[in-house]
Write a protein that binds this ligand. Structure first.
Ligand code: ATP
Ligand code: MG
Length: 287
């Protein structure tokens, strides 16, 4: 019999595991009593979670072993599978960069012409080099890329960087960023309409959670004669809510602002006469 639950593949253990589970939890999907067995059923949603190595996720989703998956864009681009990219998830951010030994006099990508470059991402690197008309010899290795220049196995490396501390501790410097990556939700191209409906339901929740994360609820007090000025600084979802305070001539303003605009807005608001500013996290946001 056709399995009707939506099956989601996530990384069994690694950098994306906790965040993937947190996202499900925030989206109201309960998975009690799991101890990372291979396959676990959600308590309150028609969803099964398949815990596997991240490298296997693109293929499993393409082949329909799982219907959807959460995995780094870097893995998706390297795997070259036929999948739908449904949503960027905002965590697991990193970049794929070229790095060389710190004494290497690097000025441009042309300096890598004819060199040996070690990587676990040969597909992405090959594409990047050919787009930039550089010919180099790519050595595919399966791990510990950062040690290869030290043992004379390569002149340069192409690898994931987030803080850069691994590079520094291996005497390397990042010279060229090729790609930015974050965790994404991918889906099989041929899921049934029942499963598609389940995916839409999950996606709606995931978007509400992520939207909430990127916004803050702000409350402040202001003298009535500065309300117009302050309202102009606060676009809100529609428009700010304004309520009179018990104190004559003063009002309280409530609205939602973007996390990114947060500090800049706070300064402008203070200059416009706002006082007692409170900024509160939002748990879910549906617009
Ligand atoms: P698996 O055992 O599942 O194959 P892995 O060792 O290949 O795990 P992790 O190191 O757990 O993978 O990284 C998973 C993903 O996290 C990466 O593919 C990448 O998208 C993302 N990521 C974010 N920051 C970093 C980082 N600093 N180093 C490595 N990966 C990172
Ligand atoms: Mg892996």
């Amino acid at each position: 019999m056709e399995n009707r639950s939506l099956r989601l593949a996530i990384q069994k253990s690694g950098r994306l595991s906790e965040k993937s589970l947190e996202l499900l939890k925030a989206a109201g999907v309960r998975i009690d009593n799991y101890s990372r067995q291979l396959l676990v059923k959600a308590q309150n949603f028609d969803l099964e979670i398949l815990f596997i190595r991240d490298d296997d996720i693109p293929e499993y989703v393409q082949d329909g072993v799982a219907d959807i998956g959460i995995v780094g864009e870097n893995i998706i681009l390297e795997a070259e599978k036929n999948l739908d990219l449904v949503e960027k998830l905002g965590f697991g951010k990193c970049r794929l960069s070229l790095a060389v030994p710190k004494q290497f006099k690097y000025e441009s990508l042309k300096d890598l012409e004819g060199k040996n470059i070690a990587t676990t991402y040969p597909v992405i690197l090959n594409k990047y080099l050919s787009e930039n008309n550089v010919k180099a010899s790519i050595h595919k290795i399966s791990g510990s890329v950062e040690i290869t220049p030290n043992i004379n196995l390569a002149d340069a490396i192409f690898d994931i960087v987030s803080t850069g501390s691994t590079l520094i501790s291996n005497g390397l410097k990042e010279v060229q960023q090729a790609l930015k990556s974050e965790a994404v939700l991918v889906a099989n191209k041929n899921i049934t309409s029942e499963k598609k409906a389940l995916l839409e339901k999950i996606l709606f929740r995931v978007r509400s959670v992520n939207l909430a994360k990127n916004n803050k609820y702000i409350l402040l007090n202001a003298p009535n004669d500065s309300l117009d000025k302050i309202s102009d600084l606060l676009p809100g979802i529609k428009s700010p809510t304004i309520m009179p305070l018990a104190m004559e001539g003063w009002s309280s303003i409530h609205t939602v602002i973007k996390e990114d605009d947060f500090w800049e807005n706070i300064e402008n608001l203070k200059n416009a006469g706002a006082q007692g500013i409170l900024v509160v996290p939002i748990e879910k946001m549906i617009v």
